[in-house]
Design a protein around this ligand. Sequence first.
Ligand code: HEC
Length: 230
Amino acid sequence: MEVGRHRPAGTGPAKRRLARGSYCIVLAVLILTGCRQDMHNQPRYKPLAESDFFADLRSARPPVEGTVARGQLHDDTYFYTGKFGNNPGDYMPFPVTIDVLSRGRERFNIYCAPCHSRVGDGNGMIVQRGFRAPPSYHTERLRKAPLGYFFDVMTNGFGAMPEYATQVPARDRWYIVAYIRALQLSQGATMSALPPGEKVPSTPPVFRGEPGSGATLPELQPGAPKGGAE
Ligand code: HEC
């Protein structure tokens, strides 16, 4: 290329005109955007910022009294509290079917059994590892406790036990209530409660020495019947 014979780019009169033109355009754009600041930069509060417009100085306003968020109209008080006024009620808010009980068992085994154990005697794994032992569901007091009481304990917690309303929706809490009552009936059942012809599935296994740790299977006595209904 013959570089020396050409003027460097942008120094000719045409290029200078072009440069001046583009300065004008940039200036015009700046001025025009300046005029539109009112739309671009509207007055607003940053979240939870203080405001001196309201008497309580809060820019985030509480909802108008009586506002109900979509899906949160809890007008069936018994369904959501298990209580009439201050007293727990003793009926299920919907019919108990086998599906209700099996979901109740599933939810119970997930959320309650770690402490209360799968049979509800209060000797769950967390308790075996040192957590405060809950009372057995099979005491006279809890066998007679109304259904709404169990719902309330789950909804609001009880002493050392946390509430489960945030993790377990109301309908599932009722499913668990139904299953706890079934557990209470089954654990307190006598042979005479069995339908005619029905046998207890198995006799409990007899262990040789200490039972297994949980990670290992227990050693059964030779000839002893196999435990478990499954
Ligand atoms: C982290 C362990 C833990 C879990 C999980 C747990 N509980 Fe408890 N629960 C306790 C303890 C501990 C107590 C006894 C509290 C006390 O007396 O301070 C208790 C007490 C209770 C009582 C008896 C209240 C009374 O009147 O004595 C009921 C009923 C109960 N729990 C139901 C449930 C249900 C239903 C679930 C599952 C949704 C559940 N718990 C999950 C630890 C637990």
